[in-house]
Write a protein that binds this ligand. Structure first.
Ligand code: NAD
Ligand code: LMR
Length: 332
């Protein structure tokens, strides 16, 4: 058996963590041959609840789980970790946009960036889930200058999974038959869910989704809007933000980062832009990526038509505005 790795989950007493911890501890993310030490971070008033989560983890008797450390101290939580799920942050309520959470949440990611810089392994892989996820990830990386900025990512995998499910339902195939749906940009209502490069397997052969659907209007309107507004739809129905599906997506994201993507397939992740596809640098923008040996690479040379260009520019502009707002909140 391999040596244990340390994995931190922040917001460990919250909704998403309740599903996510189960998946991680069971071996669904890092593999059935990878023992784990789990670090659970939450704020001091939640330590009682966290104690209950620790009891439940013990009671699950997971064979791979070697130790659980529950703490309210970032220095302890981030010590020597190989993987960090930054979930802890306030969720939005009905009627809010995700960027409305900047004022409440962005300072958390400054503090955690500083702790990651000092205490985590230098090859730590950081996934920011707490909203607004892209800009929080950017701020976190800025306060952890000793860690490569490629190691900070934001979650748009839930949007990708939602988009894949919408296309599969429209065509009438199992969701696993649909691949290469892209989420460009911000995890917000300006994101661009793009089905134009996606493929579907029907009767053993792979075909471009637009050729099978023969309905570009649906792909550019209903599909885009449904995915953009799905988070709000869940909040309206549940009166709480998505949690089970968010945990599943966080596990999918980190598993692909550690284990790689399948040949011919790509996934979407918010990463610090290097200017690819004419996207401004220094924002965390969701791109299609392939992953090998724990390194992601933006998929190159996808054709971008006028419609897509406009969508990419709109979501990039929002991220530039969020960056300005976040910096002014931190510096105030
Ligand atoms: P929740 O309120 O159930 O749990 C959040 C937990 O974070 C709480 O236990 C809280 O005490 C803790 N917390 C707050 N500040 C903290 C800090 N400084 N350090 C450590 N822990 C802290 O919320 P949730 O439903 O689990 O959602 C968490 C976040 O994830 C929200 O911001 C939500 O909007 C976001 N989210 C993102 C996506 C995505 O696709 N990127 C999807 C779903 C939810
Ligand atoms: C989601 O997409 O479900 C989450 O980001 C929660 C939200 O505020 O929409």
């Amino acid at each position: 058996m391999a040596e244990s790795i340390k994995v931190v989950v922040t917001g460990a007493a919250g909704q998403i963590a309740y599903s996510l911890l189960y998946m991680i501890a069971k071996g669904d993310v890092f593999g059935q041959d990878q023992p784990l030490i789990l670090h659970l971070l939450d704020i001091p008033p939640m330590m009682g609840v966290l104690e209950g989560v620790v009891m439940e983890l013990e009671d699950c008797a997971f064979p791979l789980l070697r130790q659980v450390v529950a703490t309210a101290e970032p220095d302890v939580a981030f010590n020597d970790v190989s993987s960090a799920f930054l979930v802890g942050a306030m969720p939005r309520k009905q009627g809010m946009e995700r960027r409305d959470l900047l004022a409440a949440n962005v300072k958390i990611f400054k503090v955690q960036g500083e702790a990651i810089d000092k205490f985590a392994r230098k090859d730590v892989k950081v996934l920011v889930v707490g909203n607004p996820a892209n800009t929080n990830a950017l701020i976190c990386s800025k306060y952890a200058p000793s860690i490569p900025k490629e190691n900070f990512t934001a979650m748009t995998r839930l949007d990708q999974n939602r988009a894949q499910a919408q296309i599969a339902a429209k065509i009438g195939v199992p969701v696993c038959n649909v691949s290469n749906v892209i989420i460009w940009g911000n995890h917000s209502s300006t994101q661009f869910p793009d089905g134009s490069h996606s493929a579907v397997e029907i009767n053993g052969s792979k075909k471009p989704v637009p050729d099978v659907l023969k309905d570009d209007n649906w792909l550019r309107s209903t599909f885009v809007e449904t995915v953009q507004k799905r988070g709000a739809a869940v909040i309206n129905a549940r009166k709480m933000s998505s949690a089970m599906s968010a945990a599943k997506a966080a596990g999918d994201h980190m598993r692909n980062w550690f284990k790689g993507t399948e040949p011919g397939k790509f996934v979407s992740m918010g990463v610090v832009s290097d200017g690819a596809y004419g996207v401004p640098k220094d924002i965390v923008f969701s791109f299609p990526v392939t992953i090998e040996n724990k390194n992601w690479k933006i998929v190159p040379n996808l054709p971008i038509n006028d419609f897509a260009r406009k969508m990419l520019d709109t979501t990039a502009k929002e991220l530039e505005e969020e960056r300005t707002e976040a910096i002014s909140i931190i510096e105030a």
